[in-house]
Design a protein around this ligand. Structure first.
Ligand SMILES: [Zn+2]
Length: 248
């Protein structure tokens, strides 16, 4: 007789970029092993790939693809899945930024702290909107970049060489969802790349900056921690941000 099969419990969560609640299961021992291995390796790219794989395995609702989720939803999904899998409280080792404590003395030691994943919320900027008004009559509706695009964006945002500017241009263009002109709606999928590029090229720098604000103010997973270093007894405040900070 074969061994009994174990049904994983099913939970639901809400993600900012998806309208309906999403069904998911906790990750299983085999998936936890993958995640631990990726984290021990410490390679950012591998952690990202493994995280996406686990999210795709654990999300049971159809038509959700980790590749297409914006970074903040990917992080939120992983936090939810993880808290239902191994518990809400995680232990992290944190150290002083650049090995200097807030008194300016050097201290290389790290301190173990506990973070309750349920306390971590998405930080929403009041000024953030998907709808960006360019003129009295023209408004652009943006869509969120995927994690891969987001990582590229962080690399090139402050670069000034021509190829970086060109790439930034491409990324901004690729994140335009709809264009509204008066009562008319233009779905970018109905228009060629050339047309869209012409539209972007006709913007003033001021208008282009407005589009860039969309990226700078996107929701982010930030969490402030306060702790006392176990070695130098210095009190520290830090902001945790991103997958690496929460899981390493
Ligand atoms: Zn210290």
């Amino acid at each position: 007789m074969s061994l009994p099969k174990i049904d994983a419990p099913i939970f639901t969560m809400n993600l900012t970029s998806i309208k309906d609640p999403i069904k998911y299961r906790p990750f299983l021992v085999k998936e936890e092993k993958l995640l631990l291995m990726a984290m021990e390796g410490g390679e950012q790219a591998e952690i990202v790939t493994t995280s996406k794989q686990i999210i795709n395995n654990c999300i049971l609702s159809e038509n959700i693809n980790a590749e297409e989720l914006p970074l903040f939803d990917l992080q939120m999904a992983l936090l939810n899945i993880r808290s239902k899998s191994v518990g809400e409280v995680i232990e992290l080792m944190v150290g002083h930024p650049e090995q200097k404590n807030s008194n300016g003395e050097s201290c290389e030691k790290t301190t173990k702290i506990k973070v309750n994943l349920a306390d971590i919320k998405l930080t929403i900027n009041d000024k953030h909107s998907k709808h960006i008004q360019l003129t009295d009559t023209i408004t652009v509706e943006m869509k969120y970049p995927t994690m891969d695009v987001y990582n590229r964006l962080a690399d090139i945002e402050n670069a000034e060489d021509a190829s970086a500017v060109e790439e930034l241009f491409g990324i901004v263009t690729s994140c335009i969802d709809n264009i509204y002109s008066g009562d008319e709606i233009f779905d970018v999928n109905d228009h060629s790349k050339e047309e869209l590029s012409e539209f972007i090229n006709s913007l003033t720098s001021d208008q282009f900056e407005k589009l860039k604000t969309f990226f700078g103010t996107m929701p982010a997973l930030l969490h402030e921690i306060e702790y006392t270093c176990s070695t130098c007894k210095c009190h520290e405040k830090q902001i945790l941000n991103g997958l690496g900070d929460f899981f390493l």
